[in-house]
Write a protein that binds this ligand. Structure first.
Ligand code: CA
Length: 382
């Protein structure tokens, strides 16, 4: 017969177990008292959604209604023609554009948008060549590499692209389009992170490659609305996603892992209906950290520049509801902790590291803005 555990010791053990299993919550963290950067407005934009840098220091900036622009650090804009029609409304529109890992040779870019069609719209991934001549820019040789079928209603598109550091494959977030259950359906792309070849086929080595169809495209499962996806300098892939009421997550993305939506969450459904917390279902992968109340994360970049040496290897995350930028640092044992939370007093939709080491951030809205962050002058040390 087992000896009964004294109540206080049991409580302590339970406390330790709970601590060991539950991801840390950063929802109530206060704003940092000082900002180590100054902000310079680069340009006013019409509902800017996402940005990515070309090797020459210009940014590809999407506007949600369907415009794609090349933006110089001076604020000069050049509109790129040839973007296909997008289904614009609510969370749908033009999403994310990024240069191919082979951009220097091919001039190709990849972009995502809500493709209109029978029944509504669906997220789509396209590739095209960016051609510039006589001061104008256009897309040529457009090919839609992947599209969600069947089309339908709903927001939560995800639609963020990240290229594998090898340059041989790409990862694409696909949100649950506010339908929830498909995130656990292995035959639907909704609520998944896909891994594709640069031509949009199932990438060799995917966990369900042998099963074919949609399954062969899937890298990870059980996501809600991931608006951030990026590789860390150590080669690990991270994503964040918006929870419902509470429960925004930062996840270390592993092949074949299931991140639990909508079966578990640190949040509750809108209206307050409970959802089991992740430790209740050990088959689901816990987030590295979560926010309740939410920050509504959007945009993710791992800082590797020289202008902010204190930020090297940490992640910068935009916050819509959180109205600012969050900095997260990592340790070797998969741990992540929020170190800074800077208030912008406005919704931040995306954040990226520029080739010169400055950080650019998108202020959400119409008009919205693109901001440049450079180091604040420090008081001279005596
Ligand atoms: Ca989850």
């Amino acid at each position: 017969m087992r000896r009964p555990i004294p109540p206080l010791a049991a409580l302590a053990l339970w406390g330790f177990a709970a601590q060991a299993q539950e991801a840390p919550n950063f929802g109530e963290a206060p704003f940092s008292e000082t900002r180590p950067f100054v902000l310079t407005e680069i340009a006013e934009m019409n509902s800017p959604w996402a940005l990515a840098f070309l090797p020459d220091g210009r940014a590809l900036v999407t506007e949600h209604e369907g415009a794609l622009l090349l933006l110089r650090p001076t604020g000069e804009k050049l509109k790129v023609s040839g973007v296909p029609p997008v289904a614009y409304g609510g969370q749908n529109g033009l999403f994310h554009a990024a240069p191919s890992p082979r951009f220097a040779e091919t001039g190709e870019i990849y972009f995502t948008y809500a493709e209109p069609g029978e029944g509504g719209s669906g997220p789509a991934l396209a590739r095209a060549k960016l051609v510039e001549a006589e001061g104008a820019a256009r897309l040529e040789d457009l090919a839609v590499l992947w599209r969600q079928e069947p089309k339908g209603g709903g927001g939560h598109p995800g639609a963020i692209i990240a290229f594998d550091p090898s340059g041989e494959s790409l990862f694409l977030t696909v949100g649950d389009r506010q339908r929830m259950a498909p995130a656990q359906d292995p035959d639907q792309a909704l609520g998944k992170i896909l891994r594709l070849t640069l031509d949009g086929a199932a990438a060799p080595g995917n966990p369900w490659e042998a099963e074919g169809g949609v399954r062969a495209l899937i890298w990870s499962t059980g996501h809600r609305n991931p608006y951030g996806l990026a590789f860390a300098p150590d080669g690990r892939l991270w994503s964040h996603e918006m929870g419902p009421q509470g429960g925004d997550e930062l996840n270390l993305i592993k092949a074949g892992a299931n991140y639990g939506w909508p079966e578990v969450s640190y949040g509750v459904h809108y209206g307050g209906r409970a959802i089991p917390k992740p430790p209740a279902r050990p088959e689901f992968t816990e987030p590295a950290l979560y926010w309740a109340p939410v920050i509504a994360p959007a945009g993710l970049t791992f800082y590797q520049g020289d202008l902010f040496p204190d930020w090297r290897d940490s992640a910068l995350i935009g916050a819509l509801a959180g109205e600012g930028i969050v900095r997260v640092a990592f340790d070797r044992a998969e741990g992540a902790r929020q170190l800074d939370r800077w208030s912008f007093e406005t919704r931040i939709r995306d954040v990226e590291t520029a080739p010169d080491g400055s950080v650019w951030a998108i202020e959400d809205g119409s008009p919205g803005r693109v901001w440049r962050l450079t180091p604040a002058e420090r008081a001279p040390t005596p």
